[in-house]
Design a protein around this ligand. Sequence first.
Ligand code: MG
Length: 159
Amino acid sequence: MSVRVGFGYDSHRLVEGRPLMLGGLHVPHTLGSSGHSDADVLLHALCDALLGALAMGDIGSHFPDTDPAYKDADSRELLAAVVALIQGKGWTVGNVDCTVVLERPKLRPHIDTMRRIIAELLGLAQDAVSVKATTNEKMGFAGREEGVCAYAVALLEKK
Ligand code: MG
């Protein structure tokens, strides 16, 4: 069996007046992530991990933030498009593991919903989708609540 691994990272500013979208879920909070699309750092990091596994560029090269077509884009649709690209090349997702870095709010009550959404988009069982969350101990931009970031790795298997 042939396998490939990919890594992704994304960050967005936290601002007032925007929804906080994480893992395809609207997480209630006083701040939201700013960006051209819905600015879902978790799904963006996942897209980059999947694309990275096949050295197929990054999310910005496939869905440019200068393109009005992606204004306020639903990142679930971007991830679904990336999955279709991968499957078109004869690969399937084995498992993914992600970490979101955010001071507030606590994500634990939302983690399993995010896993379910991501598992559905990737065509995986929920136990093949790991979503973890950590604060940054008040250090750096995430610690000062200026932004949110996410890291992801993905394993792909040749069908
Ligand atoms: Mg992004």
